[in-house]
Design a protein around this ligand. Structure first.
Ligand SMILES: NC(=O)c1ccc[n+]([C@@H]2O[C@H](COP(=O)([O-])OP(=O)(O)OC[C@H]3O[C@@H](n4cnc5c(N)ncnc54)[C@H](OP(=O)(O)O)[C@@H]3O)[C@@H](O)[C@H]2O)c1
Length: 336
């Protein structure tokens, strides 16, 4: 087995300044700077997720030590491996685990990761498509799996998606629609109604249509299930309007980390509140989800959902996602 090659590459680097701020710049690095793991991957595509924006702006809950290269997603070609599961030239992807948190991430032209994090690119997806999906699509698919696992089917009633124009939200709308569900999309961006309809939403409603409701512990049932990407008062209102034996799959904390809600949807309607942790999903389940995303759940409109950017464009895109201003996915191209 040859030694790991030492190559120059470009990466977006976040640095903490003495006054506690964070700067971002594209810098030249060496692969010998990367951690000593089994698989060196030449990254072709990454994508922007909300967590990347937190890492890029110094959030200690995501990244403890700087300088650091964010990017929780990466897809590319194996350059070198000392693990027999992967060989030079294999097309692979990595999402979650510690990538981009405290391990240098996909906003660099190379990543070096443990073989146990690496997924072989499933048949039916290109590297580019796998990163339009990325963690956002994977998380949305875990939400769909939770709903299906509780036997909420396409006849049970509509499924609500909150934060619908966001990365997870837009892909949840597209995957649910592809799987045959009637989807109600909740958004603060009414100018994106036609985008959400194009993704497959049957109805588009505003955030206040969900949250401006009486404080009663149980409200009239409006949906059979939901994928909530927002948390806080949105999740509380969603739970109280979910029907009998419904499912609410939650993944996000845009409105904060606390949930104050009523127990009655759970104990009088049998509603299940299910959490999603995409980062640490078991490999066996991970492979099945990627297989579904490459086949039966693959949205037909992936290109409509995504915009392209380069490493140089990322600081502006990061600012925009922090303001809740992105619609769809930002694909980061490192090598076409
Ligand atoms: N648990 C997991 O495994 C996992 C995985 C991925 C993401 N996440 C979390 O899921 C959340 C969404 O991630 P993302 O990457 O999809 O982020 P994103 O692209 O920024 O989407 C978030 C969306 O939330 C909505 N939103 C923003 N501010 C809001 C507010 N004040 N009130 C209500 N809605 C608001 C916006 O959609 P509209 O304008 O359409 O309403 C926004 O586009 C984040 O909290 C992220 O950390 C968790």
């Amino acid at each position: 087995m040859p030694d790991r090659p030492d190559l120059k590459f470009k990466a977006l680097v976040a640095r903490k300044t003495d006054d506690g701020n964070t700067t971002l710049s594209v810098e030249e690095r060496q692969t010998s700077d990367l951690p000593d793991h089994n698989v060196l991957i030449r990254v072709h595509y990454s994508s922007l997720n909300y967590k990347d924006a937190l890492s890029a702006t110094g959030n200690p809950g995501v990244t403890k030590s700087y300088p650091h290269t964010p990017g929780i997603d990466a897809a590319g070609v194996v350059e070198w491996s000392d693990d027999k599961r992967f060989g030079t030239g294999d097309n692979v992807l990595v999402t979650g685990y510690d990538l981009g948190q405290n391990t240098a991430g996909g906003f660099g032209e190379y990543v070096c990761v443990p073989a146990g994090w690496v997924v072989r690119l499933p048949e039916g997806l290109t590297l580019r498509e796998s990163m339009i999906l990325g963690t956002a699509g994977f998380t949305a698919a875990l939400g769909v799996q939770k709903i299906m696992g509780q036997e909420v089917d396409t006849e049970s009633g509509p499924v609500l998606v909150t934060g619908a124009t966001g990365g997870v939200g837009s892909l949840a709308v597209a995957i649910l629609s592809r799987a045959g569900y009637t989807v109600i999309a909740v958004t603060g961006k009414r100018d994106q109604t036609s985008f959400l309809k194009e993704l497959g939403a049957s109805e588009v409603i505003s955030r206040s249509d969900v949250t401006d409701v009486p404080e009663a512990p149980l409200l009239s049932s409006r949906w059979a299930a939901a994928i909530d990407t927002v948390g806080g008062e949105m999740l509380d209102a969603v739970l109280r309007q979910t029907g009998h034996n419904g499912v609410v799959a939650c993944c996000g904390n845009i409105l904060g980390g606390k949930l104050e809600t009523s127990i009655y949807p759970l104990i009088l309607r049998g509603v299940s509140l299910m959490g999603i942790d995409s980062g640490n999903c078991l490999m066996e389940d991970r492979l099945q989800i990627w297989k579904n995303l490459a086949d039966a759940w693959k949205p037909s409109n992936l290109e409509v959902i995504s915009r392209n950017c380069t490493l140089d464009d990322l600081p502006g895109e990061i600012e925009k996602i922090l303001q809740g201003g992105q619609a769809g996915r930002v694909l980061v191209t490192l090598r076409d």
